[in-house]
Structure formats: structure tokens, C-alpha cells
Design a protein around this ligand. Structure first.
Ligand SMILES: *Cc1c(COP(=O)(O)O)cnc(C)c1O
Length: 488
């Protein structure tokens, strides 16, 4: 059978390049305007029902002009943001991004390399970013590392390396059922849920991750940890890994990582540190003492999209021993064989150090930002945010109807409105309502947590756009909302 000759191949490149260029320029201008005016807009507003419905329209089969689709983005997507680029967003632990980061994402997407491996510039950029991060975090240059989608994946990779390295058998071949004794690890009750998910995923299970009590400062109780290890050994279990928290998600507390490193050394255990945002304190001479001992960890996880404010997504894991890291993940079938020449050469392949084969060019936004702003700017930003958390705590302390609910070791302030005379349940409900009104008014976005049964408003400040006046406004507004609710 004869096939039709191909006369006019299709492509997805623009049909009318000049029009597309004009549209692209408009997009850049629009986004820079959008970023420049963020302070003037409400932080958040709900997506209207009518707009939500439009996301159920049928699958688009026929083409439409890019300009029209962009118009839809402007109308239906852009006006309803999460709010995290706003100066008064301090919910959970969320980064703001930067204009340079936005543009770097475009450049990375234009090159669109796959950084799983190969000899091309993107992989050298990532190597350099990792080397800088090793240095600022106090890790040796001989350490290994990987940029990840975030702190969760960084924790999974660190904890997988720990499990595979510490297993008393070939866990990659035989699997966990071959374990001669139950493997157990330890973290404090304040540890992040991603570490618990990691324990589940790794087959250690929630019961295999002992959650140790904390002291009044929300730091792991070392004596309780040591007692748990002793009890587990006596029961015939295998304590193999400690997880230290450098900045807990609730209050920003730092475990005593020197003590943890001592325990790990004595007990021949792996020390993994989750420093998602708190590891950043290592850059500041003033706050570095909080992280003391972190540099002794076998693995360290932290985020770039939180306090380092590169756009989502980017996290990082550092592993002290490159061999441990590679042995945990390297698996190279023939169709991925590396060579000494050509595109498939290059030093080591990042796909040998993590779960993902295909990987995007996350390193560029970090590399350009670090170069343009300089690491000193980040140090100053971290210190500024910590000072702001303390300033907010002062404003709270000064007001008779506000109270600070936890120590403020870093950049997180937990507080609540308390007019007096209410029981815990009423106070919890009242503060929950205040939080919802803060969000719904679009004024500010702290989030909440529960500390010792008390519902608290929680401002985690990783925002390079916040100013002192923003904290004054939120303290005043909480009081106004609280007073108004008390009158109802
Ligand atoms: C945010 C956070 C994580 C998880 O990081 P993601 O980037 O959200 O995946 C882990 N640990 C702590 C302490 C965190 O604050």
C-alpha cells in the first residue's frame, strides 16, 4: 500500500511567530505589573462558583488562538491566587518567589533539559548550586546532594539512604521481610508529617518511628530518647536512625542536634536532620548556634522554595557520604548506559541519586538568584524575618487581649486573642473565627495550629515583602475582629 507523501508536517511551534512574540511580551509585562502591585490587592478571595463551574467544560479538541487562552487565564486563574506572594502571607511555611525567579523559570523551560543525567550545562549548574549549599550548611564539599521537588522528597531520599545503608542485609534485593530484627527510628512528637509518611513508605511503619516527647521549648527530650533506644534494644529491635528537627513546623524549635549527634555516634545510628526552613539559620552568624550539631548529620533536608524564596518547586538533600547516597539509588539498565563521550557522558548522573529519572532544570532559578542577590542578602532576609517574628511577639505581649503562646526561637510566632473569662473551647472557636475572617477579608494570612490543646494563630515568616507595618496591621485587626465577635 502506498502511503501519502508528507507535504506539510505539523508542529506546535507558533503559526504566526510575530504575533506570538507580541503576546509573549505582553505576558511578561502583565506579570511584572502583577508582581509590582501585589501589595495593593486583597491577599485572597474565594474562587466564585461561576468560575469554578467553567473548569468542568468538556475536553478541548480544536485549536484556539493562544491570545484567547491567555485571556481566560487572566480572567479565571490569575485573580484567585493562594495569596502567598502577598506581603502579609505567613501561613504554614510558604515561600513568596521573586521576579527573577519567575524569569529564570521561563529560561529553564525554554532550554527544557532533562537533568536526570548527561553532559550538558544544566547539570553543571546543579552541581554548583549543590556545592554552594553544602558550604553554607557546613557540609564538606565531598558530600553528595540532589535538588528535589521539596522538603518532603528530600526527607524521603535522606531516610531511604539511611535505611539502605544501615540495614543489616541487602534490603534493595531482599526487601524488608528479610530483616533479622525490626528496624526502628526516632523523632520528636513535633516532627513534620513528611517524616511519618517516609516511615510508612519505607516499610518501617508508624510503629517503627518512635515519637519522643518534647520539653517546654518543643525540643526533643534527650533522656526520653535514650530510654526508648535502650528499651528497643532490650526488646530485640534495631535502632538505626534518628531524625532531628532544625526548626519544627509548629513553633520553629530546634532539637539539640549536638546531643542527637552524640547519641547517634554512641549508638552507631544514622542522623538525619529535617531543616526544611530552619537550616537557613546556619547562614547567620547570630542564629547559627541554634543549628549547632546539624553539620554533623549524615543527611540534611531543606527547602529552596520556602525561606530561599525561589519559585515552587525546589528542595535539597545533602548526604555526607557520596557512596551511601549512590548505593541507595543507582540502578542503570542498558538503555540508560552512561558513556565517556557524547551527550550521555558527564560526571555522575543525578538519576543515580534519587527516585526520578526525568528531572527539570530546578537549579537555574536558584543559581541565578544566588548570583544576582548574593548569599549575604539571604542572610539579611532571614535575620529580618526573625526580627519581624519577635516584633510581632512584642506587639502581642503589649496588648492586654493578645497573648504569645510559645517561645519564638526563630521566625514563627504563635499567639491568640484572649479577652479573659472564656474556657478553652470558647477561646479555640473564637480564634478560629478570627483566622477565617482574616483570610476572608483578604487582609492577612497567618495559619493555625494546636499547642497543648489550645488553638493558636501562627505566623511563619518566610516573606521578603513583609514590613513592620504589616505586623502592626495584623495585630490590630486580630483585636478588632476579636472585640467585634465578643460584642455579638
Ligand atoms: C515544609 C516542611 C517539610 C516539607 O517540605 P515540602 O517542601 O512542603 O515538601 C518538611 N519539614 C518541615 C519542618 C517543613 O516545614
Amino acid at each position: 500500500m502506498e502511503t501519502e507523501p508528507i507535504l506539510d508536517e505539523m508542529t506546535l511551534d507558533p503559526e504566526r511567530p510575530e504575533e506570538f512574540r507580541a503576546l509573549a511580551h505582553r505576558m511578561v509585562d502583565d506579570m511584572l505589573d502583577y508582581l509590582g502591585s501585589v501589595r495593593e490587592r486583597p491577599l485572597w478571595r474565594p474562587v466564585p462558583e461561576g468560575v469554578k463551574k467553567t473548569f468542568q467544560e468538556p475536553i478541548p479538541r480544536k485549536p484556539r488562538p493562544e491570545e484567547e487562552v491567555y485571556g481566560e487565564f487572566l480572567e479565571k486563574v490569575l485573580p484567585y491566587p493562594m495569596g502567598n506572594i502577598h506581603p502579609r502571607f505567613w501561613g504554614w511555611v510558604i515561600g513568596t518567589g521573586t521576579p527573577l525567579g519567575v524569569m529564570a523559570e521561563m529560561l529553564a523551560a525554554a532550554m527544557n533539559p532533562n537533568t536526570g543525567g548527561g553532559d550538558h550545562a544544566a547539570n553543571y549548574v546543579e552541581r554548583q548550586v549543590l556545592d554552594w549549599l553544602k558550604e553554607v550548611m557546613g557540609f564538606p564539599l565531598s558530600a553528595s546532594g540532589l535538588l528535589t521537588s521539596g522538603g518532603s522528597m528530600a526527607n524521603v531520599i535522606g531516610l531511604t539512604t539511611a535505611r539502605n545503608r544501615m540495614a543489616e542485609f541487602d534490603i534493595r534485593v531482599e526487601g524488608l521481610p528479610a530483616a533479622p530484627r525490626r528496624m526502628v527510628m526516632y523523632a520528636s512528637l513535633e516532627t513534620h508529617s513528611s517524616n511519618i509518611k517516609s516511615a510508612e513508605l519505607l516499610g518501617i511503619g508508624r510503629e517503627g518511628l518512635r515519637l519522643i516527647p518534647v520539653n517546654d521549648a518543643y525540643e526533643i527530650d534527650i533522656a526520653a530518647l535514650e530510654a526508648a533506644i535502650t528499651a528497643d534494644r532490650a526488646a530485640g529491635f534495631y535502632p538505626y536512625c534518628l531524625i532531628g528537627n532544625a526548626g519544627t513546623v509548629n513553633t520553629g524549635a530546634f532539637d539539640n542536634m549536638d546531643a542527637l549527634a552524640d547519641v547517634a555516634a554512641r549508638e552507631k545510628m544514622w542522623l538525619h536532620v529535617d531543616g526544611a526552613f530552619g537550616a537557613c539559620a546556619a547562614l547567620s552568624e547570630t542564629y547559627r548556634p541554634l543549628t549547632s550539631g546539624m553539620e554533623r548529620a549524615d543527611s540534611l533536608a531543606f527547602d529552596l522554595h520556602k525561606w530561599f524564596v525561589v519559585p515552587y518547586e525546589a528542595g535539597c538533600v545533602l548526604i555526607r557520604d557520596e557512596e551511601d547516597h549512590r548505593h541507595a539509588f543507582s540502578l542503570t539498565p542498558e538503555y540508560l548506559s552512561h558513556s565517556t563521550r557524547g551527550i550521555h557522558s558527564g560526571p555522575s548522573w543525578f538519576s543515580d541519586y534519587g527516585l526520578e529519572l526525568s528531572r527539570g532544570f530546578k537549579a537555574l532559578k536558584a543559581w541565578m538568584s544566588f548570583k544576582a542577590h548574593g548569599f549575604d542578602a539571604y542572610t539579611a532576609l532571614f535575620e529580618q524575618n526573625i526580627a519581624q517574628a519577635r516584633y510581632l511577639a512584642e506587639l502581642v505581649e503589649e496588648h492586654p487581649r493578645l497573648e504569645v503562646m510559645a517561645p519564638v526561637p526563630l521566625n514563627i510566632t504563635c499567639f491568640r486573642y484572649n479577652p479573659g473569662g472564656l474556657d478553652t473551647e470558647a477561646l479555640n472557636d473564637l480564634n478560629n473565627e478570627i483566622l477565617l475572617r482574616l483570610h476572608e477579608s483578604g487582609i492577612a494570612a497567618p495559619s493555625s495550629t494546636i499547642l497543648n490543646g489550645q488553638y493558636v494563630l501562627r505566623a511563619a515568616i518566610t516573606n521578603h515583602r513583609s514590613r513592620r507595618e504589616d505586623f502592626e496591621l495584623v495585630a490590630e485587626t486580630v483585636v478588632d475582629f476579636g472585640d467585634a465577635l465578643m460584642k455579638m
